[in-house]
Design a protein around this ligand. Structure first.
Ligand code: ZN
Length: 395
């Protein structure tokens, strides 16, 4: 009989089936879609349905860790953690709204007929390896009650962040299974020698997700960007050339820098930053912008593709191609007017993070200090685009 729960040794030995031409895992080709509007969309395959669910973007693990570490230094650990968990939980409902209602009866039937632990494990093993977040297995799933997940310590990163992801997955599974909105959930974890065990359960005292913030609407604009794609699997060439999916760890590595990359939801990052800003003030966005600017300064100086760049429009055009590749938005206008740079990005993932990136790129290329003005994050989400204006700093 097939074992219900795979062990870590078995999971580590799993190998991606890869495209013979470009080497990208076939699950990446199947479950991720790089679109003409600058977004990467998650695909959920259920029987004959290929359902588009959430938008994700790629981010360096150390960028994310650095961001939250530095925010904690400035604001304190506790408020960050509390708001972070709440925001993360809340983003689940936003994500849930993306799932077509037609899936629900099938999901319910599956869960009813099968063993939930086995079913959830199966979908984990199918979809988690390409997210780059490390190796997980579901130890126990009890419908309407709890989920226990074990993560292999050497393969995961920031534990509180992972706990948020696990909470989100439990929330989604419960909602798909018919649970009402606003489920009060709590998450806890125990560290063992080689793993971390997360328990997500219904809790009376914890806040329901609806109490945090109203659901934020994003406006997405169509685009006409094209990618040079692999003729066999359809994954953009820039992706298989620049990123490697690592078998034994369920990691994604950026080949030229060796940096570890993970994928996270568009909605989640905005929910976290919006919640922080609502409580701590708009100045929070400025902090995020500055932290990202510092991070990119180091990144550009270490990346071989960012050496000896000309300070013309073409360089900016070429370097901002990374935005649609990573699902961070669609640069539709890039203009260099004398010493100023004007950029418009549609479907922007986060305007303060993007502002830090663009400002740092400008300073790297022009070799001078500069300032940036940009569309505030909420406004950018509502409009579907953000404008960035960079100009040299006047002393
Ligand atoms: Zn291919």
């Amino acid at each position: 009989m097939r074992k219900k729960i795979p062990n870590f040794e078995e999971l580590k030995k799993m190998k991606f089936k890869r495209c013979k031409i470009c080497g990208a895992p076939l699950t990446v080709a199947k479950l991720r879609e790089w679109k003409s509007d600058g977004l990467i969309t998650n695909i959920m395959q259920i029987a004959i349905w290929r359902v588009r669910t959430t938008n994700i973007f790629l981010m360096e693990v150390d960028d994310c860790e650095n961001l939250f570490r530095r925010l904690k230094e400035r604001i304190g650990e506790k408020p960050i953690q509390r708001i972070f968990e709440g925001a993360k939980a809340h983003s689940c409902e936003t994500i849930y709204q993306c799932y077509p209602k037609i899936m629900q009866p099938f999901f319910r039937l599956m869960m009813k007929l099968g063993e939930p632990t086995r079913i959830v494990n199966f979908s984990f093993v199918k979809s988690m390896p390409i997210a780059g977040n490390g190796i997980y297995r579901v130890l126990e799933y009890v419908l309407g009650k709890k989920m226990v997940v074990e993560a292999l310590k050497e393969t995961i990163f920031d534990v509180p962040l992972v706990s948020g992801d696990m909470l989100c997955l439990f929330y989604l599974a419960e909602r798909l299974n018919g649970a009402k909105k606003d489920i009060p959930l709590k998450v806890s974890w125990k560290e063992k020698a080689e793993s971390v065990v997360f328990t997500i359960e219904y809790g009376r005292e914890s806040k329901g997700v609806q109490e945090y913030l109203p659901i934020r609407k994003f406006n997405f604009l169509p685009g006409n960007r094209t990618f040079e794609r692999c003729p066999v699997c359809g994954v953009p060439k820039a992706i298989s050339e620049n990123y490697e999916w690592v078998d034994e760890k369920w990691w994604i590595i950026e080949k030229k820098t060796g940096k570890r990359i993970f994928s996270t939801c568009f909605e989640a990052i905005n929910r976290v930053t919006d919640a922080l800003a609502q409580e701590l003030g708009e100045n929070l966005y400025q902090m995020i912008m500055e932290i990202e600017k510092d991070y990119r300064k180091k990144y550009f100086s270490q990346h071989p593709d960012y050496k000896n760049l000309k300070n013309d429009e073409e360089s900016y055009r070429e370097k901002l191609e990374v935005f649609p590749q990573r699902g961070m938005g669609n640069p539709v206008r890039i203009e260099k007017q004398k010493k100023n740079l004007l950029v418009r990005i549609d479907n922007i993932y986060s305007s303060p993070l993007a502002a830090g990136w663009i400002l740092s790129l400008y300073e790297h290329i022009e070799k001078r200090e500069a300032e940036i003005e940009y569309t505030p994050n909420l406004e950018a989400g509502e409009k579907g685009f953000a404008i960035f204006k960079v100009s040299p700093k006047i002393f």
